[in-house]
Design a protein around this ligand. Structure first.
Ligand code: GLU
Length: 507
């Protein structure tokens, strides 16, 4: 890629006119191709567009670039919009929501691309190309043999109108190419600065309309950014090299281009590419695994820049407030997915702190519990109390369904004879603790209980305090290790703890 930083003046901005009227609004679009499901990199691009739009009181648009019909993946289009909604950054205009500039799928806008192609053909900025796939393949092979980058040799640029008319009348298959003119202007990328890329000296004329009547990305992108009155294009760095071509198209069509900012790539922490083949980079995967949307938004906005500093735990309103495009650097953003559970722990705690979202968590956990423990019923107050008590310890809500926490929901079956191997005083220990619990209030806390247990159990002659704790932990949970006995008792409540001790002692 031959991209030169140059000295240039910014693309003039201001009132822009387009088919939809005159617009001064801030309008950004996320324009994925539904050739796959939404992944972390895509979500980050969408988020940065969303944040910019919301920060400036503008609109966030979802446009599906589905013109490459051979690469469409069934379900991907719906999946992308589902995931934006799940993530809490829903588009204002989209295929599903509609909007004043629709339709929002490029495959439904073919007339607009044909119209633009016609304009370019008439002005001589575009031309019919009748080269056969065989000829193009030969050109490619020859270039590779000479260790050159393959490029179209622009042969059909020079056909006369008579030759063109003759081929058209004989129905010779054709594509339409855009004539790249020398002297592309430098442009100011809002992040990378001034860029000069004299595309005509490097590339052959690109196809803008394919043989199947569908436009290529370059034409459709330019037409739609204009027709949808897009004011700012924030897209992946990989498109930086195409922007000069897009600006030439804007110029040829007599349209004012949007401002551009190219976002550095999102990479693994070792600098390797986040590969779609990794599987677990898809947003659907995280949603299914129980990660919270705000966790993903937080981690993907914390690994590059765009904010005052890195700080875990930012929520969407905070992200909007603190976002500043000028703070986005040009270095790749490195993401360390090992921190994902920790991010989720922080955001889960925030949800537990908030009354509304806590109520949602309670309902969700109740459903999960009922699914797991089929014939049992679970009390919402108890679930809520459990959530509050375990806050800060849980990375995922589903942690509470793990075997380590099953004691919270089902009584273990422990018999006195199982405890005798630990101490012959097991029954006395049980009775002593029942006494403590009976005296304690319902709202007793871990600290008080700990103190009481120590005072009473340290007096036993034949059983060490640590062994007493082992016995009690088994009675209460069936576990060998886990939270402290006092914590378990507070979680279960005095009544249930007493019932478990009675059960064990009487069996
Ligand atoms: N369809 C392109 C993509 O999937 C959009 C690039 C752009 O935003 O212009 O990345």
């Amino acid at each position: 890629m031959r991209l030169l930083r140059a000295v240039c003046t910014a693309v003039p901005r201001g009132t822009r006119t387009c088919s939809g009227g005159t617009h001064n609004e801030v309008r950004l679009r996320f324009a994925p191709s539904p050739t796959g499901f939404l992944h972390l990199g895509g979500l980050r691009t969408a988020l940065y567009n969303y944040l910019f739009a919301k920060k400036h009181g503008g609109s966030f648009i979802l446009r599906l670039e589905d013109t490459d019909r051979s690469r469409l993946v069934p379900g991907a289009a719906e999946g992308i919009e589902d995931m934006l909604e799940w993530a809490g950054i829903p588009p204002d205009e989209s295929p599903r929501r509609g909007g004043p500039f629709g339709p929002y799928e490029q495959s439904k806008r073919l007339n607009l691309y044909h119209e633009a192609t016609q304009t370019l053909l008439e002005s001589g900025a575009a031309y019919h190309c009748f080269c056969t796939p065989q000829r193009l393949e030969l050109l490619k092979k020859e270039a590779l043999r000479n260790r050159e980058t393959p490029r179209y040799d622009n042969r059909c640029r020079h056909l006369s109108s008579a030759q063109i008319q003759e081929k058209l009348s004989k129905n010779v298959p054709f594509v339409v190419r855009f004539q790249l003119v020398e002297g592309a202007h430098s442009f100011k990328d809002l992040l990378f600065g001034c860029i000069h890329h004299d595309v005509a000296s490097i590339e052959g004329d690109p196809v803008i309309l394919k043989g199947d009547g569908f436009p290529t990305y370059h034409l459709a992108n330019v037409v739609d950014d204009h027709k949808m009155a897009v004011s700012h294009v924030l897209r992946g760095e990989e498109w930086l090299v195409s922007t000069s071509k897009h600006l030439l198209l804007f110029r040829a069509l007599g349209w004012q281009p949007p401002s551009y900012a190219h976002l550095p790539l999102l990479l693994n922490k070792d600098g390797s590419k986040l590969s779609k083949r990794q599987g677990d980079i898809f947003i659907q995967h995280y949603a299914k695994s129980g990660y919270l949307p705000e966790t993903l938004l937080d981690i993907i906005s914390n690994c590059g820049s765009g904010f005052l500093g890195n700080q875990m735990g930012r929520t969407l309103p905070e992200l909007i407030e603190q976002y500043d495009l000028e703070r986005v650097g040009t270095h790749s953003a490195l993401i360390d997915l090992n921190y994902l559970p920790e991010y989720n722990r922080i955001h889960l705690s925030k949800r537990i702190d908030n009354l509304d979202s806590r109520a949602e968590l309670v309902t969700k956990l109740q459903t999960l519990l009922q699914d797991k423990y089929k014939d049992m019923t679970f009390n919402k107050d108890y679930i809520e109390k459990t959530l509050i008590l375990r806050k800060g310890h849980l990375c995922m809500l589903t942690d509470l369904l793990s075997p380590d926490y099953s004691y919270l929901w089902v009584r273990p079956s422990i018999h006195l004879k199982d405890l005798h191997s630990l101490s012959s005083e097991a029954a006395e220990i049980g009775s002593l603790v029942v006494g403590i619990l009976q005296k304690s209030q319902n709202d007793t806390n871990v600290e008080t209980l700990n103190k009481d247990l120590k005072v009473h159990l340290q007096q036993l002659k034949a059983t060490k305090y640590s062994v007493s704790m082992k016995i009690l932990r088994r009675i209460l949970s069936g576990l060998e290790a886990g939270p402290s006995v006092a914590e378990m008792m507070v979680a279960l409540g005095p009544q249930e703890s007493i019932a478990r001790i009675h059960n064990a002692l009487s069996s």
